[in-house]
Design a protein around this ligand. Structure first.
Ligand SMILES: [Zn+2]
Length: 225
């Protein structure tokens, strides 16, 4: 009996459906038993059509969006520590670029960014409150002599520039500047004239409660704030 091409095709299709799991496992087995060869073959296929894998992955994703998203979430949860460490490292190495793109994104998505900040603040309201309360207590406990017009005085003394010598941002033009404790209150610094300086917000936020020797002022030099 001569079987038509059509018939064989249909026969193979049904055979595959019936034995899908077995065939898949067999293929996998073959792949992993000959790993070097398999990888070489993949590389070769990729070299012939470098876009093939991307295209197929995209197509698969479009067809299985929910599954793809779930898998993405799972991966993100599993690798969250590793990923954020990697992101931090990348950011430190590409600080200028990161800042520029961040500001650019923010100005293009201002409403969204504001909403996000509001939400983040609301979610951490108690932490903020606690932080401010602690700070007030410290200022009381570590209070020295603070001139009533210290901000104006410092502004004059610093000629209107951020006090980080690597930054020197013009405080008139930055978005905001902060009164900073050179030795942080948290490390026992006093709230007094001699321990105060004006920093642009970028420098101040990056300094945080770090010891002045530990703060990498060079890295935090802000040109774009
Ligand atoms: Zn600065």
């Amino acid at each position: 009996m001569v079987r038509s091409e059509e018939f064989l095709k249909e026969y193979r299709r049904l055979y595959y459906i019936k034995n899908r799991e077995r065939i898949k496992n067999k293929t996998k087995e073959r792949y992993f038993n000959n790993l070097d060869e398999s990888r070489a073959a993949s590389r070769q296929r990729a070299a012939i059509d470098p876009d093939r894998n991307n295209k197929r992955a995209k197509e698969w994703r479009a067809k299985n969006l929910e599954r793809a998203r779930a898998a993405g979430r799972q991966r993100a949860a599993r690798d969250s520590e590793k990923n954020s460490k990697r992101a931090r490292e990348w950011r430190a190495e590409n600080l200028e670029y990161a800042r520029e793109t961040c500001l650019e994104w923010r100005s293009e998505n201002l409403e969204y960014a504001r909403e996000y900040s509001r939400k983040a603040y609301a979610a951490n309201k108690f932490r903020h409150r606690e932080y401010r309360a602690k700070r007030r207590t410290r200022i009381k406990a570590q209070l020295g002599v603070v001139s009533p017009n210290i901000i104006n005085t410092l502004f004059r003394e610093q000629h209107g520039f951020c006090h980080n010598p690597y930054c020197m941002a013009d405080l008139v033009f930055v978005k905001s500047f902060h009164l900073d404790h050179i030795m942080p209150l948290a490390l026992g610094g006093m709230h007094e004239d001699a321990n105060l300086q004006l920093l642009c917000s970028g420098c101040n936020l990056s300094k945080g409660a770090k010891h002045p020797d530990e703060w990498d002022a060079k890295r935090c030099a802000t040109v774009t704030w």
